[in-house]
Ligand binder design. Sequence first.
Ligand SMILES: [Zn+2]
Length: 487
Amino acid sequence: MKFFILAILCSFPYIGKSQSENLTTQLYDTYDTYKETTLGKRRIKRADIQPLIDKFSANEKFRVSTVGKSIGGKDLSLISIGTGETDVFLWSQMHGDEPTATQAIFDILNFFDSPDFKMEKEAILANLTVHFLPMLNPDGAELFQRRNLLGIDINRDALRLQSPESKTLKRVRDSLDADFGFNLHDQSTYYNAERTEKPATISYLAPAYNYEKDINETRGNAMKIIVFMNDILQRYAPGQVGRYNDDFEPRAFGDNIQKWGTSTILIESGGYPEDVEKQEIRKLNYTSILSAIYTIAKKSYESIAIEEYEKIPENDRKLFDLKILRASYTLMGNTYTIDLGINQIEVDYPDHNRFWYSSRILDQGDLSTYYGYETLHADDYTIKEVKVYPKTLNTLEEIKALNFKDLLKQGYGYVRMAAIPTKHINSPFPVHLIGPKYKVPELKLEPGINPTFLLEKAGKIEYAVINGFLVNLNEGKINVPNAMIYK
Ligand SMILES: [Zn+2]
C-alpha cells in the first residue's frame, strides 16, 4: 500500500510536465491569433497603448484602474483578471526604452479575452488573480530613454521613492501583497550566454533579498519558475538563455519586492539574430510567461529542483554586431594581424519613432574571446582605405542611379555632392555623402571611429564595410540601411 501511494505521488509531476509542455507548444503555434497587431516595433508610446487600455476597460472580463501618474502626467494603468486567491503581478518598461514585454502583455491580454483554451483559462482564473501594469515609465518611452523625467533610474528608487512611478509600483505591490511578481525588462543585445556565441535572448534573475544571497521560500519559488521558463526557452532558442549575477542591490525594485515577500522573477529580453524589432523575442515572452502563469495556477512548479537554477549559464557581454577576425592591417609600413569588434548603433530621429545607424568600432586587437552576430574570417584579407568617387554629383536622384556594387568594387565609398540636401541627416544609400569641401581623413583604425573600409584579397576588393555593415561584393544584395553624411 505504501509503495502504491509513493508510485502515484512520483508520477504527478511527470503528468504535470507533459501537460504544460503541450500547452506551451499550442501557445507558441497559435501565437499569431493573439498578437496585438497595432504594436509591432520597439518605439511605442503611451498613446499607442491607450486604445488597448480603453478596449479592456470596456470589457467586463477585465478590471482596469488608473493607479498613478508619471511625472509628465501620463496615466499608469493596472489591468486585472481572475478571481483566484494567488495574486500574480506583472509590470513592464520601468526603463522607457525596454518595450518588448509591454507588447507581450497586450498579446497575453488578447489571449485571456479570446474564447479559446477554455480549460486552461478556467484553471488560471479560478486559482489566480493576474494584474498587469504595462509601461511603468511612459515619459521615458516617449523619448525612448531608460530614465524617467527626473533623470533617475526608477530601478534605483525602491527605497527613496522620489518618483511617482516608483511610489505607484510600491503601492500596487503592497496593496496586492502579490505572491508572484514578474519584473519585465530589455537588456542590451550584446549579452551572450557565457563562453558561447549564443546571444542571451532571455536572461533571468531571482533577485537576492540580502547580501548573503539566502534562499528562502519566496526566492526559491522564483528560482523554480525560472527553471520552468528556461526549459521552454531551450526548446525555441537553444542555448540562448543567461542568468544574471545575483549580487544584492539594496536600491533595486526586484531585490526589495523579493524582500517584501513576493516571489520575484526578473526577465530581460536581449537579442535574437535578425530580429531588430524583437518580435520573435516578444513571442517567446508571450509563450513562456503564459506557460509560467499556468504552472503557478496548477502549482506544478513546486516539484522543480532549485539546484537546476544554478545550472543556467551566466550572462556575459561579449557580442558584437560584426566581428572581423584576423585581418591584415598596415600601419606606418608594418603589417599587423587585427580583429575588429563593430556595433551598429541606433540613433533616434527627433520624433523618437524611428532610428538610423551610426556605427562604431568598439574594440580592436585580439578579440578571440568575443563573438559576433555576424563574423568574417578575414585571414587572407587586407584592410584598405575607401576612396572618394571622382565625380561631384548634384542631386540624390543622380546618386540613386549609381551602381553601388560597382562603385564599391572599385573602392569608392564616399560620394561628393555640390550641396548636401539640408533635410537629410544620414545617407539613404550604401555610400557616405560628403560636402563640397569635406576632406576624408586617412584611415586609422581605432575604437570610436565609424567602421568604413575595404577588404582586399590577392589585389581584388571582395568586401566593403560601410557604416559598420558588411557588404559581400560577390553576391546578394547590399544590406546597408544607411550611411553617413559628412558636411
Ligand atoms: Zn531595465
